[in-house]
Structure formats: C-alpha cells, structure tokens
Design a protein around this ligand. Structure first.
Ligand SMILES: NC(=O)c1ccc[n+]([C@@H]2O[C@H](COP(=O)([O-])OP(=O)(O)OC[C@H]3O[C@@H](n4cnc5c(N)ncnc54)[C@H](O)[C@@H]3O)[C@@H](O)[C@H]2O)c1
Ligand SMILES: O=C(O)C[C@H](O)C(=O)O
Ligand SMILES: [Mn+2]
Length: 540
C-alpha cells in the first residue's frame, strides 16, 4: 500500500494525527503537514469549520467530506454532538440530499448499487462493495417510499448511508462491518427519468415475479457471503415492505425499520405518556391516520401489547380505528391492504358512515384517546381535531410522525397550544421545547432512530437467529425510566441526546430476550458483557 492508498481509505486514514513513528513505518513521511494533531485537536478544528457553514445542507456536505476521508474523526465528532448532528446527518436534511443525490454526487461512500437488470451481478456487487471487510449489518432500500417524500430511485441510497451513520454514532456499531445498499428497480418519478444527471436506471419500477426473484436472490447471496448478517430493510413501498418482511422474518435475523422500529418507538412513547397520566393501555382508543407501512406496523404493535396486557384479540380490535385516503376503513372496501384488513370496521355499525371520510368527523364519532399520524399529509391535525381529541380524554396522546418537517400532520407548538398543554406530543423530526403558560414542554422524538441502533447492537451481540415479537416488546419496554417523568412538561420519550444510554439499554434487553428464547448463538453467555464488548469507539 502506498501513502495515498492509506490517506484515501477512510477506515485507515488518520490524516494529520498519524504520529511521526507511524509516518515512518507506513511511508507517509512528507505527505502530511509536519504538526501532529491529536484526535481532540482535529475534532475541535473540524467543529469550528463546520459551525461556519450557513445551511444544514452545507453542514451535511461538509460532514460527508469528513466521513469520506476519516471515519474515526467523523464518529468522534458525531458522538460528541449527537443531538446537534442528528438532524443534519439524518432526517430531515437527508431528505434534501436524497432529492439532489445525482446532482450533488461526488463519492459512493462505500455503498453498493444492486441493479435489477443484472441479477447475475448481485454476488460481485456485494463482494466488491464489502472488499475484505467482514460485513455484519446491511441496510438496504429500494427507495420507493423514502420517508414521506416517495420514490427516489437510486438516489435513495443516501437513506441507507444515513441510517448506518446513526447505527454507529448512537450504538457504536463498528463502521467497518456495515454495508449500505440500494436496489435500483427503476423509478416512477418523471423528474428523475428526465434529469440528465440522474445516475439510476431510466425506466419505470419493475414489479411482480422479476422483482421478488431479485429480492430473493439478493437475500440468499447476502446470507451466503456474510454468515453473521443482520439485514435491515428501509423505505420500501406499501406494496412490498410487509410482504418482504413476512417472507424472511421467521428464517433469518432481519428487521423492517418502518414497520417494526416505528412500532417500538411509538409504543414506547405511548407508555411514556401513560406513565405520566397514570392511565392503562387497555383503556385507550387508538386512531391510526395513514394506514400504510408505518401506520399499520405501529397499530399492530400496540394491538399486540393490549393483548399481552390481557385483552382478547376481539376486544383489542374494537379499540382500533384506521383512516387512510378513503376515510375510515370499512370491510366492504376492495382496495384494502392485507395489513389494513383486520382493522376495517362494519359500515352498518355507523349511522354517519357516509361522513366518515373526514378526520374530524371520525374523531368525534369514535372518540379516540390516541391519534398517530403516518399519512404524509401536512396540517391535517387541525385545531378542531385537537379540540375534539380533548373532549375524549383529559390527556390525549397525539403523535404527528410524518417526515420530513414539511410533511408533519401538525407542529408540536400548535398541538400544545390548541390542547391548552394537555396533549402528550411526540414528533417524527426533532422539535424545540414549547413554552406555554409558564411550562417548558420537552417534545419527545418518536423516530425509529431512537431504538433501531440499540436493537441492532443487541441482535449482533447475541448473534440472535431471529428477531421475534417478544424481543421487539422487550425493546419497547426498555425505553422507560430513563427520563424523570415527574417534572411538568417532561417528554414522553428520552431526548435524542440520551441515545447512547438508550441504545445500551435496548441492546441488553433484546439480547437477554434472545437468550431466554434460546435464539442467541454467541459464545458469550453474559449478554451485558457481549453488548459492551461489541461496541466500537472512535479512537486512534
Ligand atoms: N417517525 C418515524 O420514525 C417514522 C417511521 C416510519 C415512517 N414515518 C413517516 O410516516 C409517513 C408514512 O410512511 P410509510 O412508509 O408508512 O408510507 P406509506 O406510503 O406506506 O403510508 C402512507 C399512508 O398514508 C395514506 N394516505 C395518503 N393520503 C392520505 C390522507 N389524505 N389521509 C389519510 N391517509 C392518507 C396512504 O394511502 C398510505 O397508506 C412518512 O412521512 C414517513 O416519514 C415516520
Ligand atoms: O427516517 C426517518 O426519519 C424515520 C422513518 O424511517 C421514516 O421513514 O420516516
Ligand atoms: Mn423509514
């Protein structure tokens, strides 16, 4: 390896921090400025430079330069400034970089691009992208439903990169063991197909057998090449996300973030709210607004929890209502997804059924105590809807979870004001504190980023064969007790600044449950130790 092979490899490069001895040993004499910096000095200098950037997009592009050249320095900085960098590295700024990925392209960031037109290249793609690294964690997207911004084709690879950055920043997953992937199955977005800079396949999305065969070939190949793999699916479309998860979840260690991750964090937020109000989960009435991948995933997680808490399946379903673009879902509709169908109601049970296409009318009719938004439709949780929620219960739980910022069903500030401080609020993107009538309300971020890093750490540390519902339940319960819920305005979820602590707790809970269920394959039997030993720290 010559000097520039080292300096150009972000996993090896220390830049100005190479010591004089290392410079001699590695053939780096004279190719770096003479002063040797410590990691702390590099971080302070880089942070000062970062702070001069005017916009979040410029900040992200600058941080990506650091990521591309020196992973240790990047993660050292990220872990020092986790709450500040989170919205820049990740959501919402990642949405802007995805929309502009092809136009802004400079570097592949060690991602792999799987091309639906060349299934014979799957193995070579995975091998080439991995190099000689031992891959344990893949995040893969086909980018059909990126956040709430829809289909972005090859550009969506940035969500895989971004999710993995959070895995390492939050839970200490060794960045040399991860692989971000995009499956380019085409795109239905006209503006991409017509953009001369677009770097993906210029055809509509491939559907049906050809698509599912490709997915299967990818799964088989990845499992063969990387025997200790944990496979994370992100931002697949409503047509495919649940199908893919259902096909593989009983066979391999795998996870759908939008379905399962969002389910865990939202259940955690509901429990956080009930801890404060002193109410029981089984007394709640749940309204899902936007019953797609995330909406149905969350509803089914909360429903399972009500069953665990003692309700029969039939009693539990009675407490759930789902609104999608048709309005309240009825079982006579012929366009329900398989995940929506069990939540659909009998039209004849409602005297005003024809009016239940309107959210306000639904809220007045079914009287929910919990309202969760995953609709991608901004400003749909109106003042009237919030006031109607307040008629149903002393402390309504209202979570507008659609991302990014401009798609949220409501802002935290409006929800606190319209409910006169009564609503428990958590949002998908980070929200500032809301000061109202002398109380400073801290707003929890119900984003799967709070839990998927810890969940992954627990899966990898225990080498669990499968990710079960019980392990998912354990992850949700482990979120409680981190913040003081007794304080006025306390958040219903731990703030993102606590994510490292949250990740360790989640990881241990998941690993222990895997062990209890006889699914852990790790040689280590002490799961706390297995988790702490797997953690990677950014240092030279
Ligand atoms: N906070 C989080 O952690 C988190 C996690 C996953 C998804 N999300 C957000 O949730 C949103 C949905 O994501 P998804 O992956 O489930 O997408 P999806 O496309 O599967 O689901 C969106 C659903 O909303 C429905 N919808 C559309 N218009 C509607 C309307 N006017 N009224 C009611 N429903 C309507 C769609 O028909 C669809 O079923 C996105 O904005 C995403 O960013 C947030
Ligand atoms: O990526 C996020 O911010 C959360 C979630 O996975 C989403 O799709 O919105
Ligand atoms: Mn997602």
């Amino acid at each position: 390896m010559n000097a520039h092979d080292i300096l150009n490899n972000p996993f090896l490069n220390k830049g100005t921090a190479f010591t004089l001895e290392e410079r001699k040993e590695l053939g780096l004499v004279g190719v770096l400025p003479p002063y040797v910096q410590t990691l702390e000095e590099q971080a302070a200098q880089t942070y000062a430079h970062f702070s001069k950037k005017a916009t979040n997009l410029e900040k992200r592009l600058f941080l990506m330069e650091i990521f591309n050249t020196n992973r240790t320095l990047f993660y050292y900085l990220f872990s020092q400034h986790i709450a500040e960098f989170n919205p820049i590295v990740y959501d919402p700024t990642v949405a802007t970089t995805i929309e502009n990925y092809s136009d802004l392209f400079v570097d592949t960031q060690y991602a792999g691009y799987l091309d639906i037109n060349n299934p014979e290249n799957i193995e070579a793609t995975l091998k080439n992208a991995a190099g000689d690294r031992n891959i344990r964690l893949i995040v893969v997207t086909d980018a059909e439903a990126i956040l709430g911004i829809g289909d972005w084709g090859t550009n969506g690879v940035d969500i895989s990169v971004g999710k993995l950055m959070v895995y390492t920043g939050a839970a200490g997953i060794d960045p040399a063991t991860v692989l971000p992937l995009v499956i380019d199955a085409g795109t239905n977005r006209k503006e991409l197909l017509e953009n001369p800079n677009y770097l993906g396949n210029r055809h509509e999305r491939v559907r049906g057998d050809r698509y599912y065969d490709f997915i299967d070939q990818f799964v088989q190949t990845a499992e063969r090449l990387f025997p200790k793999l944990y496979l994370h699916w992100e931002d697949f479309g409503r047509l495919n996300a649940a199908n893919i998860l259902n096909k593989y979840k009983d066979k391999i260690p795998t996870f759908n973030d939008d379905i399962q991750g969002t389910g865990i964090v939202t259940l955690g937020g509901i429990y956080g709210s009930l801890d404060i109000s002193g109410e029981k989960l089984t007394d709640q009435i749940y309204l899902c607004f936007g019953g797609g991948t995330a909406g149905a995933g969350i509803a089914s997680r909360v429903l399972s929890e009500m069953i665990t808490e003692g309700l029969s399946e039939e009693e539990a379903y009675k407490r759930f209502f789902m609104v999608d673009k048709q309005g309240l879902l009825f079982d006579d509709m012929d366009d329900l997804t398989p995940e929506q169908r069990p939540f659909a109601k009998k039209r004849s049970d409602f005297a005003n059924a024809d009016k239940l296409t309107d959210l306000l009318e639904v809220v007045k009719t079914v009287k929910p105590t919990i309202l969760v938004g995953t609709s991608t439709k901004p400003n749909t949780f109106t003042k009237e809807v919030v006031e109607a929620m307040c008629q149903n219960t002393e402390r309504p739980i209202i979570f507008p979870l659609s991302n990014p910022t401009e798609l949220a069903e409501a802002s935290a500030k409006d929800l606190i004001e319209w409910s006169d401080g009564k609503a428990f609020v958590a949002t998908g993107i980070p929200s500032d504190n809301v000061d109202y009538k002398g109380v400073s309300y801290q707003i929890g971020q119900a984003n799967n980023a709070l839990i998927y890093p810890g969940l992954g750490l627990g899966m990898l540390a225990s080498e669990a064969k499968l990710l079960t519902d019980e392990m998912i339940g354990a992850a949700a319960h482990s979120l409680s007790g981190i913040v003081d819920s007794g304080k006025p305005g306390a958040p219903v979820l731990p703030p993102f600044a606590y994510v490292a602590e949250v990740s360790s707790k989640v990881a241990e809970a998941v690993a222990k449950k895997a062990q209890e269920q006889g699914l852990a394959q790790s040689q280590e039997t002490d799961m706390k130790k297995a988790v702490s030993e797997l953690k990677w720290y950014p240092k030279y």
